[in-house]
Write a protein that binds this ligand. Structure first.
Ligand code: KG4
Ligand code: ZN
Length: 331
């Protein structure tokens, strides 16, 4: 079964063709970073307009790369939510119209389930059940995953998402938007132990997160060391990153132990972070837990993960209809 995946929940217009739920035939991601960069964040209205301009060329490109045409597509999977409503609507309406015209089934899927399923596009995927640590710009949560489409939320952030904290700290350090990858790079030149930022564990036996305290602590440090701040940027970045990673790794491993799982999937945009990839693997190894992390191109938003999860819904006979609509927040 050839599934065309479509993703427009935030600032990436993406289309992909996935065969039998796991084989990637093509994956195209058109980023809007250039558009939003100067505003220091995503401007929803601009995102919607850019999706409208990009959707047809991006879908065409994904078909060309897969060496297929629309008549070879058996079904369409599209992100239904959570995300920016105006942005989601572009992909959702496109998928609806396209499937109607082609007389093929289509299904709207949850973006977060998409991220979790991104590990199945790699060789040697995890076996069920496993724990997923999902860290992105919009979400940070821990899930107990018992099938491709059955995910139980164990805990999530009470304020900022981890990626959001990276982006905000990058802004304070004047490193540009989005700042996660810049902090990752700069941290390699810094000493993570020189400036100690607080680790917020909340209740250590539970799985909720809070990242607003560390953001405030970094801001306070910058304000009180203004005169020498540039020399200290790598140490601040490394100290901040290490504090976030300590909490993420502790909670993910603790969740796996509580659920008796010996596998963790690390997914979402922040899963691209080199320190997190290394630390989670090594901390988990000490507990006999294996960590699955997708390749970099599958960590950030993409449509291959949407096609992958859509395959399992379609296989179970679950399809969407013309009356269905997008949703902004997870219900
Ligand atoms: O999953 P994603 O592409 O979009 C959302 O669904 O939110 O995640 C984007 C987030 C941004 O906050 C970005 O700064 C962060 O992922 N990010 C990183 C790295 N690469 C991207 N954060 C830390 N280290 C990185 N290397
Ligand atoms: Zn995402």
């Amino acid at each position: 079964m050839n599934i065309l995946g479509i993703e427009t929940s935030c600032d990436e217009t993406a289309a992909a063709v996935v065969k039998e739920g796991t084989t990637l035939a093509s994956s195209i991601v058109a980023s809007q970073i250039e558009v939003h960069h100067r505003y220091g964040g995503v401007v929803p209205e601009l995102a919607s307009r850019k999706h409208i301009e990009a959707i047809i060329p991006v879908v065409d490109e994904s078909l060309n790369r897969a060496d297929l045409s629309l008549k070879d597509i058996d079904a369409i999977a599209v992100t239904r939510g959570p995300g920016l409503v105006g942005a989601l609507l572009v992909g959702f309406a496109f998928a609806k119209a396209c499937a109607y015209a082609l007389k093929i089934p289509w299904v709207g899927v949850n973006h977060l389930e998409g991220h979790i399923n991104s590990v199945f596009l790699e060789p040697n995927p995890p076996t069920f059940p496993f724990v997923a640590l999902l860290v992105s710009g919009g979400h940070t949560g821990i899930y107990h995953v018992t099938s491709h489409t059955t995910v139980e939320l164990m805990g999530q952030t009470r304020d900022d998402a981890a990626g959001e904290a990276f982006d905000k700290v990058a802004k304070m350090l004047e490193l540009g938007y989005p700042g996660g990858s810049v902090i990752d790079r700069i941290s390699r030149a810094g000493d993570p132990g020189r400036i100690k930022f607080p680790r917020t564990y909340l209740d250590k036996s539970e799985f909720d997160f809070s990242f607003s305290g560390i953001k405030t602590a970094v801001n306070r440090y910058i304000m009180t060391h203004k005169d020498r701040i540039e020399d200290q940027t790598p140490d601040i970045a490394a100290g901040f990153q290490e504090a976030i990673m300590d909490v993420l790794c502790y909670k993910a491993i603790h969740a796996a132990m509580v659920k008796g799982c010996n596998r963790i999937a690390l997914v979402g945009g922040v899963a691209a972070n080199s320190r997190l990839r290394e630390k989670l693997r090594s901390d988990a190894r000490h507990q006999g837990i294996r960590v699955h992390i997708p390749s970099l191109h599958l960590c950030g938003d993409n449509a291959a993960m949407i096609a992958s999860v859509g395959y399992h819904y379609l296989n179970a006979g679950i399809v969407s209809g013309l009356q269905d609509d997008v949703f902004s927040k997870t219900r």
